[in-house]
Design a protein around this ligand. Structure first.
Ligand code: SAM
Length: 284
């Protein structure tokens, strides 16, 4: 996109790199500005300096996890309501599309606070009766759960799959991300699910710290907070992790990859992925 496009909504700032748009660059998308492309390039260079596969591989691997997790949730788990928080710019294999391939009755609510994500999402879903995007902030989970459009689309008295994918590492400890997730969990019916991915400091703590510093240096609109396995596991308090547990995104149920198999990306070891089920027994 051009920085001086006269059609840009006034809330879109093309001169500060935004995480949604940098992620879009990494996924090979076109909904980004020069500043986002420069940031994505710098992140890839930072990955290369620590001898790790770049951000592009991380993003692709993560996106493929979303597809497999939704296929599992809409299929084997029997879920027909999806809440995708920090949904990002529309991409290949959006949650509502994958869910509906498995269950045509699936309903999806996307939540994001990025103006460009909201603009593109609203265009994509304009004629869609069972998928919407709402402008809400993860820092205020109550406002997400009380959103009237969300309530009209999703029945919180029935099981819902909540996806918070490549998103919780954008929330610093000071904002108490565990409490945010717990707030959402407490509004869910038994039989609901949580699917997430999170950047980890577990395998390469120094490299993870360097990545976080690069986010700050580049002035990206959110911080990056890699966390340990133990810290990431705590987001699943009250949920029983389904097999194979908290694991590299590429290793999470690879058999759910649709044919033809896509070209492999290197296992980046930067992320962990998991899916948990909320049972009456495990609820804290
Ligand atoms: C790295 S992208 C991940 C997109 C998608 N979940 C995926 O995994 O491909 C993170 C998304 O979270 C959104 N986001 C960041 N902070 C947010 C907040 N406080 N409330 C709502 N959305 C937020 C960003 O705008 C962006 O679209």
């Amino acid at each position: 996109m051009a920085d001086d496009d006269p059609g840009l909504p006034p809330t879109v700032d093309p001169f500060v790199p935004h995480v949604a748009r940098v992620w879009n660059v990494q996924l090979g998308g076109k909904d980004n500005f020069a500043v986002d492309r420069a940031a994505a390039r710098a992140l890839n260079e930072a990955y290369a300096r620590v001898g790790a596969p770049g951000g592009d591989a991380v993003a692709v691997e993560n996106r493929r996890f979303i597809g497999r997790a939704v296929r599992y949730l809409a299929g084997e788990a029997g879920i027909d309501q999806f809440l995708d928080i920090g949904s990002g710019l529309p991409s290949q294999g959006n949650v509502h599309e994958v869910a509906r391939e498995v269950n045509p009755a699936a309903r999806t609510v996307y939540v994001d606070n990025d103006p460009l994500v909201l603009t593109h999402g609203r265009v994509l879903l304009a004629d869609d009766d069972t998928s919407i995007i709402v402008n809400r902030d993860m820092y205020d989970p109550g406002s997400i759960l009380d959103d009237p459009d969300l309530r009209a689309m999703i029945d919180l008295d029935r099981p819902v799959a909540v996806l918070i994918v490549a998103m919780l590492h954008l929330i610093p400890d000071a904002a108490r991300p565990e409490a945010i997730v717990a707030h959402i969990r407490d509004a869910l019916a038994p039989g609901s699910y949580l699917a997430l991915t999170h950047t980890t400091s577990e395998h390469r703590p120094e490299a993870a710290a360097a990545l976080a510093q690069e986010f700050t240096r580049l002035g990206i609109n959110t911080p990056m907070v890699p966390r340990s396995v133990e810290q990431i596991s705590r987001f699943f308090a009250g949920f029983d992790l389904v097999e194979p547990g908290l694991i590299s995104p590429a290793a999470w149920r690879p058999e759910l990859t649709p044919a033809p198999a896509p070209a492999p990306v290197p296992d980046t070891r930067w992320m962990l992925a998991g899916v948990g089920c909320l049972s009456e027994v495990s609820r804290p």
